[in-house]
Design a protein around this ligand. Structure first.
Ligand code: HEM
Length: 186
């Protein structure tokens, strides 16, 4: 009888330890980030790269939306006056500034949404939008410029099949809105 109680106690102890461990695993589980809901780290073929080049699905969606948005902005007279350096380069078939802006904006949004495999190496949001610190920013932005930028971002997203009914786009829009006071400097 005593032996049975010892076996029962030992079994109970072992089961308790196992269930404690199971609880720990559940609470340690990594919460999905906004980057995950945009596609996350799954590698897919990069449509703009050479054959065999892959890219994280989340980064590809962000980069596609950003590139489309830059094109929308280029044609939007409400704000394209801020981008005269970029537009004049592109007019001469020089895409180096466009490529640099696309990369920096993509890194910035990827990191801000929770991507782990990239770093943002551009200027701070204040410096990037201060003509005194960034010669590529033709003049300071005001609130109506910022509103136009947000509208153009929604149009850029729509060009990639992402509409405002997608909660991830709403979260990205909230993230963008949270930066208004740094970008708007007049
Ligand atoms: C939250 C919204 C915005 C974000 C996250 C953002 C982000 C950025 C980033 C990351 C850069 C590149 C900085 C670098 O290369 O060091 C940049 C550049 C720039 N941004 Fe913004 N921006 C925002 C809104 C705006 C608005 C509203 C305007 C004006 C209408 C604007 C105009 C510019 C211009 C003119 C540049 C330089 C472009 C170039 O390199 O030719 N941005 N922005």
């Amino acid at each position: 009888m005593k032996k049975l109680s010892i076996i029962l106690a030992a079994t109970f102890f072992a089961v308790s330890l196992l269930s404690l461990n199971a609880c720990k695993k559940t609470s340690d589980a990594v919460k999905p980030t906004l980057y995950d809901s945009l596609g996350g780290t799954t590698l897919v073929a990069d449509p703009t790269g050479s054959a065999g080049t892959t890219i994280e699905k989340g980064r590809l969606l962000i980069r596609s939306i950003i590139d489309s948005t830059i094109f929308v902005i280029a044609g939007d007279t409400a704000i394209n006056g801020h981008f005269t350096v970029l537009l004049s380069e592109v007019g001469k078939n020089n895409y180096s500034g466009f490529m640099a802006l696309s990369k920096n904006l993509t890194d910035f949004v990827a990191v801000a949404t929770g991507a782990k495999n990239f770093t943002y190496g551009g200027k701070s949001m204040v410096a990037a939008h201060d003509p005194a610190q960034n010669a590529r920013m033709n003049m300071k932005a005001d609130n109506s410029d910022f509103n136009a930028f947000e509208n153009d971002l929604v149009k850029g997203a729509a060009k990639n099949g992402v509409t405002t009914s997608n909660p991830a786009l709403v979260s990205v829009a909230n993230l963008v809105e949270s930066l208004r006071s740094k970008v708007v400097q007049q």
